[in-house]
Structures are given as C-alpha cells and as structure tokens.
Design a protein. Structure first.
Length: 146
C-alpha cells in the first residue's frame, strides 16, 4: 500500500498546528541551519514564519533566498510534510504576530506572549519580520496508509 498523500491531504496537514523544523543553507563550509519554528499556512497559499530581522534564520534565508520546512506528527501512525521554495522577507504587522502566537498558545497566552515581546522591544516591533515561502517542492508521507 502507498504512503503518499494527495495534494489536498498534504496541504490540509501542513495547515494544521505543528511545531515545524525550518532548514536553510548556512555559511559556506557549514551544515544547514535547522531550527524549530511556529508557522502559518492556508491551502494554496504561502508558508509564513515570524522572526526578528537580525536572527540567524532571517540572515541565512535572506542570503539563500529560500528555505525548507518539515511538519510532522510524532505519534503513530506517523505523517509528515516537507515543503521547500523561494522566500521573501517583509515587515510583520503586530496583528500577524499576534495571530501566530494565538495559533500556538491560545488567545490569552498568545496575547500575553506578544505583549511581553513588544514591551521588550520598547513597543515598536521594528525588527519583526515575516518570511513568506512559496511552496515549490513537496515531500509527504502518511504511514496510516501502509
């Protein structure tokens, strides 16, 4: 039996709430930078990740122009979706950052997280960016189908 996912299945899975692993080419002679991230995705849309402009991932993605993201279920039957593609970096709005925090922490804790982060940034959030990836290459498996 096949473990492959249809386009609709893989997009629906990626749209779920998962802590994903982002990978991007790093400095010459070094392995890729690989870090866990919060992200958002709607089927047919862009993958969005929030970070600070000076973060290692932002700098590496800015240099590489693309990144990979892997989301997975860690309990049987295992599933995963990996997506890779070109990325653009844009300023993040406070509302986008708040929506992402609420996605992972719920409304109250998400708001508290963003309020504390904004306070630590002296209220301006000027370094906050959204990295948006256009999914180009997909790899997916659903082991409940095997």
């Amino acid at each position: 039996m096949s473990t492959s996912m249809s386009r609709a299945e893989r997009e629906q899975f990626l749209a779920g709430v998962h802590v994903a692993v982002l990978s991007v080419a790093a400095a010459t002679g070094a392995g890729p930078l690989t870090v866990p991230v919060w992200y958002s995705y709607e089927p047919g849309g862009l993958v969005s990740v929030s970070t600070d402009r000076g973060s290692r991932k932002a700098v590496a993605i800015g240099a590489a122009g693309r990144f990979s993201l892997c989301a997975q279920d860690e309990t049987p039957p295992y599933k995963y979706v990996t997506v890779e593609g070109p990325a653009v970096i844009e300023p993040a709005t406070l509302e986008e950052r708040r929506d992402l925090a609420r996605r992972y922490l719920g409304p109250a804790d998400g708001d508290a997280f963003i309020d504390a982060e904004t306070e630590a940034e002296a209220g301006n959030g000027a370094d906050a960016i959204m990295i948006r990836m256009t999914p180009q290459h997909w790899l997916a498996a659903d082991f409940s189908k095997s």
